[in-house]
Write a protein that binds this ligand. Structure first.
Ligand code: PEP
Length: 249
């Protein structure tokens, strides 16, 4: 809503081989990037970032990473620096996805350091937050998200360097979504939180919804107040579904 241009971002997670370039080509061939009402971003696994970025060059489709290390280089076997993603042609990186927080024990402090690394490298950081089912059932969803925002977002956020993704953990990959009222409540809360902390710079930060977004529910969810696009896992793997969601904005 308003003057914020939405972002539709696909998170491929640990899916995709070289042959998956066919899905990228379908997105590029559709001409949807740069048209329509939203910016488009695909975050493939690290092995595909450079190839996808090279192929998407000259288009308006952005390519991003799914994680980065806080350091620029060094003895961190298996990790990828934000600078490496930038060098490979990425312009965004997801940090603090709930799967990283759960599988790799990433704390808010770690996520914050990764977001700082993204900025150091010149990438837009997509900082993910969201409560578990137990936290929601206990009435703590806003408390939890507020804590994550405070702990995971570095000082100096602007609409040009930060995207926030609200992804309730229990909605990811489950086919479940919060009610529209519950989504709006949290998104309004996140917007208020960002504008209180970052003033005018927080007002334009895109706040994405993520968690079982699909073509069938996208129009309703993406029209909600303070929802400035979506982060899409499963439904981003097929170009047709991703494009259908983008067209629903
Ligand atoms: C995600 O992991 O960012 C996500 C939203 O997954 P899904 O769309 O599959 O629920």
């Amino acid at each position: 809503p308003g003057t914020i241009r939405p972002l539709i971002a696909g998170n491929w997670k640990m899916n995709g081989l070289q042959g998956s370039v066919a899905e990228l080509d379908a997105i590029l061939g559709s001409g949807a990037a740069g048209k329509g009402n939203a910016d488009l971003l695909i975050c493939p696994p690290a092995t595909l970032v450079a190839g996808f970025a090279a192929r998407a060059k000259g288009s308006q489709l952005a390519i991003g990473g799914q994680d980065c290390h806080a350091e620029a280089s060094g003895a961190h076997t298996g990790d990828i620096a934000a600078e490496m993603l930038k060098d490979a042609g990425a312009t965004y990186v997801i940090v603090g996805h709930s799967e990283r927080r759960a599988d790799h024990g990433e704390s808010d402090a770690v996520v914050r350091a990764k977001a700082e690394a993204a900025w150091r490298a010149g990438l837009v950081a997509i900082v993910c937050v969201g409560e578990t089912r137990a936290e929601r059932d206990a009435g703590r969803a806003m408390d939890v998200v507020g804590g994550q925002l405070a702990g995971s977002i570095p000082d100096g956020a602007t609409s040009a360097n930060l995207v926030v993704a609200y992804e309730p953990v229990w909605a990811i990959g489950t086919g479940l979504t919060p009610t529209s009222e519950d989504i709006e409540q949290i998104h309004t809360f996140i917007r208020k939180n960002l504008t209180e902390r970052f003033k005018a710079d927080g007002a334009g930060v895109r706040v994405l919804y993520g968690g079982s977004l699909k073509p069938g529910n996208a129009a309703e969810i993406l029209a909600l107040a303070d929802v400035n696009g979506g982060l899409i896992g499963g439904a981003s793997l097929k170009a047709a579904d991703f494009l259908a969601i983008a067209a629903a904005v």
